[in-house]
Write a protein that binds this ligand. Sequence first.
Ligand SMILES: Nc1nc2c(c(=O)[nH]1)N[C@H]1C(S)=C(S)[C@@H](COP(=O)(O)O)O[C@H]1N2
Ligand SMILES: [Mo]
Length: 453
Amino acid sequence: MPLWLKNLAVSAFGTADKAVLLTGVLVVLAAACAAIGVVAMRRSGIGLWLFGGLGIVGILVVLSRPAATIADALPMGIGTGLGLALLARAVRDADGAESRGVTRRTLLGGALGVGIGLLGARPWSAGATRPVPTGAATLPAPARPLPTFTGVNPGVPGQTPYIIPAADFYRIDTALTVPEVDSATWSLRVHGMVDKEVVLTYDELLAESLQEQLVTLTCVSNEVGGDLCGNAVWTGWPVRNLLARVGVHPDADMVLSTSVDGWTAGTPLTALTDRRDALLAVAMNGEPLPAEHGYPVRLVVPGLYGYVSATKWVTDLKVTRFDADQGYWTPRGWSALGPVKTASRIDVPRDSTQAQRTADGLVAVAGVAWAQHRGISRVEVRVDEGPWVEADLAAEPSIDAWRQWVYRWPAAPGRHTLTVRATDGTGAVQTDQVQRSDPDGATGHHSVTVEVV
Ligand SMILES: Nc1nc2c(c(=O)[nH]1)N[C@H]1C(S)=C(S)[C@@H](COP(=O)(O)O)O[C@H]1N2
Ligand SMILES: [Mo]
């Protein structure tokens, strides 16, 4: 759909956009079918042709999906066949001398057809509770586990936890139904500007020396103060090792990764080969990746927005050049390069709420700040138009992950606006320049207004 319509839908519905789109599809289809029914009552031949044509369009759309098989077209084929039979019958019923209208049997058949159609579409099964596919419970212990760390989660009620459980982790992708990929048949093909192509299987990947890393993922669509950002422990094999195996040509500068459903990301080659350790990840927080987050294998690249790096259900890596290939979102108005911008967020107190002072007259202000792969060296809070005051920082076990902060605010009663800004590990202060999220990430300071009591 056109970019403006997609942006309108996302700003109006947020991450409920999928449910809205699916509902819209059903409503439009129901209206089209009703119209076809009306036509069929007058000219049954035309009605049947229209309905059959709709079904054929549906079958062609299904088959146009990447990796679609004939079996995927079966629900649409059966549904169309059933629909044609029922429509013909309904028209005959209505014409029949002994009955004035559609018989109950035809109505029952219609309900059955709708039921089968919905089963075939299964949009409802895309929920977060999907069990991990079988065969996934047998991940080896990582050869290089994460060193134990302390000093995170300073204990302010309501503050975002340092590590987000998979079930609460934000989800962004173009998949209307979550791809179901079998690890036993999964493989990753690496090709393009390489000396020799390699095809990697899941077992081969698991046999490599896997390492655990803290990496905070961020969506380029995240608004200032937004929650399309999450930190997790990822287990995987550095992409660098795989690229070394294929022999990358010196004039290549990008890797185009493709998921099983045809989505693509274009990642700068340097981000995949330098010591930040971009991962072919198989686990999230010690468990096999949930289906929504890319089972069996996804990319995780510290420091880059998800749309240029974090390909879920990845099956193909093409070593190429930015002037020869582009990822899914680039022709749709988003920048080819997507380094994460320094950002900070106030989680407590929440905007437009009352803030209760403790006995010593303090209000705990807390949140997170991120500048992946540069780290966070300072977080400052400003009350109304006052001076910037430094907040306390929690530990920073990895510069690839966000950093929690707390400011114990000696608050005066009344209405106040709190603003936050961060400084990254290079000493660069987060910009106050307000910019929208397209084409390469929103900027500006996050503020909340609270009533201190
Ligand atoms: N296959 C696939 N991978 C994808 C996407 C997608 O649409 N399809 N979206 C990307 C975007 S825009 C983001 S921000 C991250 C989000 O990862 P998460 O859903 O695990 O949080 O996934 C990335 N990987
Ligand atoms: Mo994203």
